[in-house]
Design a protein around this ligand. Structure first.
Ligand SMILES: CC(C)(COP(=O)(O)OP(=O)(O)OC[C@H]1O[C@@H](n2cnc3c(N)ncnc32)[C@H](O)[C@@H]1OP(=O)(O)O)[C@@H](O)C(=O)NCCC(=O)NCCS
Length: 280
């Protein structure tokens, strides 16, 4: 048992190689570049064993001063069940201060989070695969221009409930945005970026399901055969349509908040797909 003696220290770019190895071991698809993006917008720590091996990670991604997510909670499989996951989570919660926290839990993480005061508020369905059929592009959706981005950030804040403009700026630096325009007004948006095994579409923010499909379709057009991933809320209605396109439901996670709050109240516009399970 070495995890009891592990030292927790601030995560830095020097730890990216080891962090990527740990997420692979957990069966997650993150590439080093995905960890780089996560690190740029987050604070966090690693657990280092006496022999210098990185045996645990955790990140806290702040959205302004009152909200954030906890993500990349991983303990080396040889070191689990000895309290290291709890120590990492407590460190992340210290970094978060008074922020209201959200996370998407795996089956492994759920008992720990419940013990730390997180409560279930929703469920995420992970859809992915190779696009099986051609999808037509919608005429109301166009590629975003630089001057759309402040509006995109405002729509995202209304849908997500927190200011994620810093995260969106990083998504823009590695990917692209599309907006849905009606009567000259931008009323929805979606983002596409390279992640894991292929491309991820999200966040997707729209007024209704048809607009959300139009935004997703914009990025699916001419991408037959490409590996695409979309993480969507179970109640959002996108799931059957994604399955019909060959993007199978392969798993997901439990959305949890601390403190628990009534997150079922409908926001407007609506968040139909996550930036990622890590970022919400
Ligand atoms: C989730 C994970 C980080 C937990 O790490 P860990 O070091 O084993 O966790 P701990 O030993 O600190 O255990 C934390 C608590 O959860 C409890 N727990 C863990 N698994 C449990 C289970 N299957 N059922 C009930 N309780 C469980 C432990 O008893 C412990 O409670 P205690 O602190 O009151 O004694 C680890 O399993 C992991 O890396 N899994 C793969 C990656 C993953 O899924 N991460 C979660 C992402 S949301």
């Amino acid at each position: 048992m070495i995890s009891a003696a592990a030292t927790l220290m601030a995560i830095s770019p020097d730890h990216l190689e080891a962090a990527t190895r740990l997420s692979r071991q957990a069966g997650w698809p993150h590439r080093r570049e995905d960890w780089e993006v996560a690190l740029t917008v987050s604070k966090g720590c690693v657990a280092v064993a006496a022999d210098g091996r990185v045996i645990g990670t955790v990140l806290m991604t702040p959205y302004g001063s009152d909200s954030g997510t906890i993500n990349m909670v991983i303990v080396d499989e040889a070191e689990r069940g000895q309290g290291l996951g709890r120590r990492l989570m407590q460190q992340a919660m210290t970094l978060a201060g008074d922020r209201r926290l959200q996370l998407v839990a795996t089956e492994d993480g759920l008992p720990l989070y419940e013990k730390l005061g997180f409560r279930r508020t929703g469920e995420i369905l992970q859809h992915q695969g190779q696009l099986a059929q051609a999808v037509a592009q919608s005429v109301v959706v166009r590629g975003a221009r630089a001057d759309d981005i402040p509006l995109v950030a405002a729509l995202d804040a209304a849908a997500f409930g927190a200011d994620r403009s810093r995260l969106l700026a990083h998504v823009a630096s590695v990917g692209e945005f599309a907006v849905l325009e009606r009567q000259g007004r931008v009323i929805g948006f979606a983002a596409l970026r390279r992640f894991g095994r292929g491309l991820v579409i999200g966040p997707v923010v729209a007024a209704d399901l048809d607009d959300a499909k139009a935004l997703v379709a914009h990025f699916l057009a001419r991408r037959e055969g490409e590996f695409i991933r979309v993480d969507t809320g179970i109640e959002m209605g996108l799931s059957p349509w994604l399955s019909s396109l060959g993007l199978d439901h392969v798993g997901g996670g439990i959305v949890m908040h601390r403190p628990a709050a009534d997150d079922t109240r409908r926001r407007s516009p609506i968040s139909f797909a996550l930036a990622s399970q890590a970022f919400g």
